[in-house]
Design a protein around this ligand. Structure first.
Ligand SMILES: [Fe+2]
Length: 379
């Protein structure tokens, strides 16, 4: 699907309405994301939720929704319908939620997206990361009006229903002729040119021209899952990588090889990080692991869909697994060997670490990192 779609839509620029034989996200994945978010500890997760009731932002809806509702796979659609029916929904009239970063709460959704991400990466040029955004409910239009997205984004919307979702698109040229260089128009009634209108019925998908002015209307209850591709520039890739490594680098002395990393190198490392997670933007939730049952002959196995990648920096190595990283000295050869073979026993792995001057505790921490990040399994 992706190669032809990319070809026929000018690199996913759209507009293009179509009926995919099967989309990447179903209500099973919606359920997995919502369950994962509910079970995730802490409250920073709520930063990824924006909720609206009658055209106004509601700062407490997401918390209540996550606490109270039934997100089992066979009930989630009914839950959404009851919660967000426009006139008698549980949270008020015309209510709904926009959820960013959907991937961070569900490993199952990562698994489901692997073939799609692979096909996408094979058909588009440059480095991309892929994220999932959900638009749920009957909140009408978002209060910020018609807008253009980040120019590096490509967006494909899958409407799972039950209701339809409407979109209006105005050419950027026309809007800029009237208003100059703006990013959003609150009152779309003031736009002189007529929009192109699209009606996404349940089961349909739409390649959104995110660089033209657009607005979506959820007048009925709908659940839309959006794949957002970000064409990450090399500088942003390097910048993001530096930010993610920062805490580890704070401990490096100024003579360390880390201080000699160039932008080019950081960019390459960012690409490795992304590749270790199949180019999906967010790492999946960590798995809780106990190291007690571990034996010398227990086998560490790497799932080839999620490669473990190793970057040597001086005496240290940065090990990437599922978009997370681990930094330590003396582990490079052991990690490279494991990554290349795809498997090793715990004993074999630790022997190489020790032979290179590392200690057992560090070796065990690498194994724990690989298991908890889901970069490897133990058999
Ligand atoms: Fe947008």
């Amino acid at each position: 699907m992706w190669a032809e779609l990319n070809e026929s839509t000018d690199g996913l620029r759209g507009p293009h309405l179509f009926s995919p034989p099967s989309g990447p996200i179903t209500f099973n994945e919606i359920a997995a994301i919502l369950q994962g978010a509910r079970d995730a500890p802490g409250s920073t997760k709520l930063n990824y939720f924006r909720a609206y009731v009658e055209g106004r932002e509601d700062y407490d809806l997401a918390r209540r929704f996550l606490e109270a509702e039934d997100f089992s796979a066979d009930r989630v659609e009914a839950t959404i319908l009851r919660a967000f029916e426009p006139d008698w929904g549980h949270y008020g009239k015309r209510a709904g939620l926009i959820i960013n970063g959907g991937l961070q709460w569900s490993h199952d959704v990562h698994e489901r997206l692997v073939p799609h991400a692979k096909a996408l990466c094979a058909s588009v040029s440059g480095t991309i990361t892929i994220d999932v955004t959900l638009f749920i409910g009957s909140y009408g239009a978002t209060p910020f009006g018609a807008h253009v997205d980040d120019a590096t984004h490509r967006t494909v919307i899958f409407n799972l229903g039950p209701g339809s979702k409407k979109l209006s698109i105005w050419s950027r040229e026309g809007v800029e002729e009237q208003f100059g260089r703006v990013r959003n128009i609150m009152d779309t009634g003031t736009i002189r040119t007529a929009p192109a209108r699209y009606d996404l019925r349940p089961g349909q998908a739409f390649v959104l021209p995110s660089d033209e002015f657009h607005i979506a209307y959820n007048n009925e209850v709908s659940t839309a899952a959006t794949l957002v591709l970000d064409h990450v520039s090399d500088v942003r890739l390097a910048e993001r990588e530096l930010a993610l490594l920062r805490r580890d680098l704070d401990e490096e002395e100024s003579g360390s090889k880390f201080w000699a990393l160039t932008l080019t190198r950081l960019c390459e490392m960012g690409r490795q990080r992304s590749r270790s997670n199949g180019f999906l933007r967010y790492a999946p939730p960590k798995r809780s692991v106990t190291m007690e049952g571990l034996q010398r002959h227990s086998e560490i196995r790497i799932d080839p869909r999620w490669p473990v990648l190793v970057e040597r920096v001086g005496a240290a190595a940065v090990v990437y697994a599922r978009s997370r990283h681990f930094v330590a000295d003396h582990i490079a050869r052991a990690a490279v060997k494991l990554a290349a073979a795809g498997q090793a026993t715990v004993g074999e792995f630790l022997e190489v670490v020790v032979a290179d001057g590392g200690d057992l505790a560090t070796g065990l921490r690498v194994i724990e990192f690989l298991l908890s990040s889901r970069g490897a399994n133990i058999e």
